[in-house]
Design a protein around this ligand. Structure first.
Ligand code: GCB
Length: 609
């Protein structure tokens, strides 16, 4: 019998308890945990907050960089009132893989640190009595797992994560852990699609449950004042809402959807969600939100902050949305992994569009991919013996991502990979499979893209035509022809873009990354690279290029805020391309972008203009 992995809510029949707080914690460098039965109690544990990444909590380097197995543990009581229910433990993110034990017995495991999973624990728990939850987590990087990298062994025998990507390998129980109690027969999933006719919305829904017969399904939609907007009966159906209030950018309207399964007169399960009704599609070069052209303005954004690492930090999250609204952004890409469900729910509430990215990053065998991107070594990444297994995991995580986020109004597109080595011939069959899978999975048929590496120029990229819109990560004026050579950068940038017009003449283009490292507080007249003055000059150059091209429909600057990376000669305590500092204060470039983005018409560049 399958168990619901839907975002947990409390309703007339569903119960929920958040297990956030301080947990027991212990590193297991020698793999003793299982042999010594740590599942029956961790010997001499320390305390660790959940949700959080452990790395920045510590004051010593070995612990910060720890790579391998580590354990979390918590004792919980399960209410006796839940005896007749199905009880599950839901992990919103255990990076990068986890095995869960309850009272010493294995309850389940999961691969992929940025997507939720639920393990059923009803049969292994004691009610109204203490129960021990133990979680063995592992944060090693491999070439057949997402995100991609390798794990090196150092001279002292310790392991070190070597990501093929430019962000710190933060790990741990990075998102909330929740105890959920559901009726034995319950709703496992629901899907929504819409069509808009004048002021009326046709909402098509389908509901699945973990049992097939002996119940009926009801669906109802309420407006924000609590008035019933429409209802229907059946596992699948349509509800018509006249005078619909659509979900718009910066003006989100969320309806309350209520799904019930009913046996006779008894409600056996009830699930509710806040949902925005909107359409999003591509017409020629235009993105159409609710049928109207829209230009994407915003960021590539990591989900991380000081001390918590990749751990969900609601205050930072809310501050980020306030900054996005302040600066006039209307969108961001969840670089380079699925962000938390809380983030997407906030984007729904605040009316910010999201390009939702799976953790397919590092699909190029390099530990300095941001540098190699401009140098162009061929690593034949898709010809390795790990490719088949990697593809399997990539497809699995794409499936879990689309299942998790398919009903979110904010999600307007899927990004199936960041900067894969699409100059490799073998990337073509790989991505044909990935795109076909994503197309089959999304009931709303959102547009698909991947972000393109600088070396994947129009003459060399084997996969661009698979995309519904082209996302270019371009750093002319930073990694090549920086500083005093910025005029040459602009010329070569324009040359490359002219090539794209010939290769893909009929699709929208978005600059999904462009940026310049900038140490906040460094001022220089005339500018030098790394100064705040250079960041603004660089952005002005890029914007001049974008504005002169008729097919550009979006700019998502890299990055929203400075962020932590691994150590190396290319980074000064992390990547400094943030428009905001890591403590979320504006650099000079933020004021430039605010002026630009607030001034751009909503339909900027549209052929209808
Ligand atoms: C990229 C990567 C991003 C890096 C960025 C940079 O192309 O997608 O993860 O952080 O460049 O700053 O080099």
């Amino acid at each position: 019998m399958s168990f619901s992995n839907l975002y947990p809510v409390t309703t007339s029949v569903r119960r929920l308890s958040d297990l956030s707080g301080l947990w027991n914690f212990k590193f297991d460098p020698d793999g003793l945990g299982k042999k010594e039965k740590w599942t029956q109690g961790l010997p001499s544990p320390m305390t660790m907050p959940v949700p959080a990444s452990f790395a920045d909590i510590f004051t010593d380097k070995k612990s910060r960089e720890y790579t391998g197995d580590f354990w979390y543990e918590k004792e919980i009581y399960i209410p006796g009132e839940w005896r007749d229910m199905e009880v599950g433990l839901r992990f919103e993110g255990a990076a990068h893989r986890a095995t869960v034990y309850v009272n010493g017995t294995k309850a389940g495991s999961h691969e992929g640190g940025f997507l939720p999973f639920t393990v059923i624990i009803s049969k292994s728990v004691a009610f109204d009595a203490p129960n021990l939850i133990s979680v063995q987590v592992n944060n090693e990087l491999r070439e057949d797992c997402l995100p991609v990298g390798r794990t090196a062994e150092l001279a002292d025998g310790s392991k070190m994560a070597k990501g093929y990507f430019d962000f710190f390998n933060y790990s741990g129980l990075i998102r909330p852990v929740k105890l959920v109690a559901l009726p034995k027969k319950h709703i496992t999933d629901y899907s929504l699609t819409y069509s808009l006719i004048d002021k009326c919305a046709e909402v098509n829904y389908s509901v699945t449950a973990n049992h097939k017969n002996g119940f009926r399904v009801s669906a109802a939609i309420y407006d924000e004042s609590g008035n019933l907007s429409g209802e229907a009966e059946g596992k699948e159906g349509s509800i018509y809402i006249s005078n619909v209030r659509l979900w718009e950018v910066h003006n989100a309207y969320l309806y309350k959807f209520v799904f019930k399964i009913i046996d006779g007169e008894t409600v056996i399960d009830e699930y509710t969600d806040q949902i925005g009704i909107r359409t999003f599609e591509i017409d020629g070069h235009d993105f159409l939100l609710n049928g109207k052209p829209i230009y994407m303005k915003g960021f590539g954004k990591h989900e991380e902050s000081e001390s918590s690492g990749r751990g969900l930090n609601p205050s930072v999250l809310k501050r980020d949305f306030e900054l996005m609204k302040w600066i006039g952004a209307n969108s961001f890409r969840t670089a380079h992994y699925p962000h938390s469900e809380e983030t997407l729910r906030l984007a729904d509430r605040e009316g910010i569009m999201v390009v939702d990215e799976v953790a397919a990053v590092g699909l190029m065998a390099s530990t300095l991919n941001f540098f190699d991107a401009s140098q162009g070594p061929q690593t034949r990444f898709f010809q390795k013996e790990t490719t088949a297994k990697l593809l399997e995991r990539h497809l699995q995580q794409l499936k879990e991502l689309i299942l998790r986020d398919k009903n979110r109004a904010c999600v307007v597109a899927w990004c199936v990979a960041n900067e894969p080595e699409t100059t490799d011939d073998e990337s073509r069959p790989y991505f044909e499979t990935v795109f076909a899978k994503a197309r089959a999975l999304d009931p709303q048929h959102r547009p698909l893209t991947f972000t393109s590496l600088m070396t994947a120029t129009p003459d060399k990229c084997k996969c661009a035509d698979l995309c519904d819109f082209i996302s270019l990560n371009r750093y002319y004026g930073w990694y090549v022809f920086g500083g005093n050579e910025i005029t040459a950068a602009e010329n070569i940038f324009r040359q490359e873009l002219a090539g794209w017009t010939g290769r893909i003449p009929d699709k929208p283009f978005v600059f999904s990354e462009y940026g310049a490292d900038t140490a906040s507080g460094i001022h220089k007249l005339p500018s030098v690279m790394w100064s705040e003055e250079y960041q603004t000059e660089y952005l002005n150059m890029c914007h001049r290029v974008f504005d002169s091209l008729p097919f550009v429909r979006g700019e998502q600057v890299w990055a929203f805020a400075d962020f932590q990376t691994g150590e190396g000669i290319m980074r000064v305590d992390g990547n400094k391309k943030g428009i905001f500092t890591r403590s979320r204060q504006p650099k000079a470039a933020a004021h430039l972008l605010k002026e630009r983005w607030e001034g751009l018409p909503l339909r900027f560049k549209s052929e209808e203009e």
